[in-house]
Design a protein around this ligand. Sequence first.
Ligand code: PMP
Length: 406
Amino acid sequence: MDDLRKEFPIFKKQKQLIYLDSAATSLKPKTVIQAINDYNQKYSINSHSESSSPLFKKVWTTIQETREIIAQKIKGKVEEISFLPSTTHALNILALSLKNHLQKGDRICLTYLEHSSNLHPWQAIAKEKKAIVDFLPLNKEFTIDISKLDKYIDKKTKIVSFVHVSNSLGVINPAAEITKKIKEINPECLVILDACQSVIHVPINVAEWNIDALALSGHKVYGPTGIGVLWIKKELGEKLPHLLWGGGKKIGPMEEIADQNLPLSQKMEVGTLPLAEIFGLKAAFEFLNNFATKEIYKYENDLRNYTLQKLKKIKNITIYNQKLVSANIITFNLASYHAHDIVDYLGKNNILIRAGNLCCPYLNKLIGANSALRISFGAYNNYNDINELVSHLQKIIQSPQVLLPF
Ligand code: PMP
């Protein structure tokens, strides 16, 4: 992995950059950038402009190959993959599609680990349908407490949606075991996985795990912004209503097309597809496939352990997930200093980490603080990044005046 950094052109343009914010967005390798350019420079036609031209063939086959490579990665079927702009979009569309699955008094279960994107869409439909939202208990590892699920899941629980790898603490929910237990209690309950933070770090097997739907974003897997994936199990996808209308394959007078049961992707994808992004997403999954998921996990974990050893020596630091199994994240605060002031100072020194509630509205219930600092690693990080970060944190402790804005 050591050589990987040179695959990321940003480090040639931003020579001073120390990027430790991959849980927000990962940087892009040159193969992804090249694939996006290739579409724009060489192919650039609409995938609806069907013809025998080599351009059409290239665009069309790339779309299919992108669905295939993603399906293989998560062990789903090709026809179960839809392209949507992001995880947030995917979860919103899914929630709206499932709205009529709910009746007054039904239950949706979530967790306090969730990103707002996996809370608000469900809370919104629950409010509309007068359903109840409940939060599943977490154990001391901060993952869903399977031993207590009996008390939370019942026949009225229609949907459980949870994060696979948390973007605030990096903890990994054992999705297979959790889903098994939920389905034992209520086989009709739908289990939805927010895999936005997990695909890079943890293998996924939606078929074996019996998941019903999953969402992920291109920009978190070394791919482009503006594209995400909604995977829905075929049997569920076939039952979902048509929510979106317009261009694509659904062409014809409304009275002729309204009742057709079209393939899932044609229900979910409307209008011109984000084609350059699809080219980029395929390259991102090809890039990921160059490494065993375990290899990336181990590399990032070695960096994490090295960082923890160094951080522990800093005066008045609170590390919230030091003892937890975490994919690639360290979450902490320095007593007396606001997280945003620290991030500001580090930013001025070209060191990017994240501050705030980390898009987790219930962060306080996890760590007892409303905001924190988050370091998150990518495959391009190295030990020098960490040494630089730690030396700047030490500078703050030694000379707090560096935090002053002037
Ligand atoms: N869920 C998780 C766990 C995330 O980490 C993120 C992105 N930080 C999202 C959802 C939302 O992703 P997007 O902004 O790409 O829609």
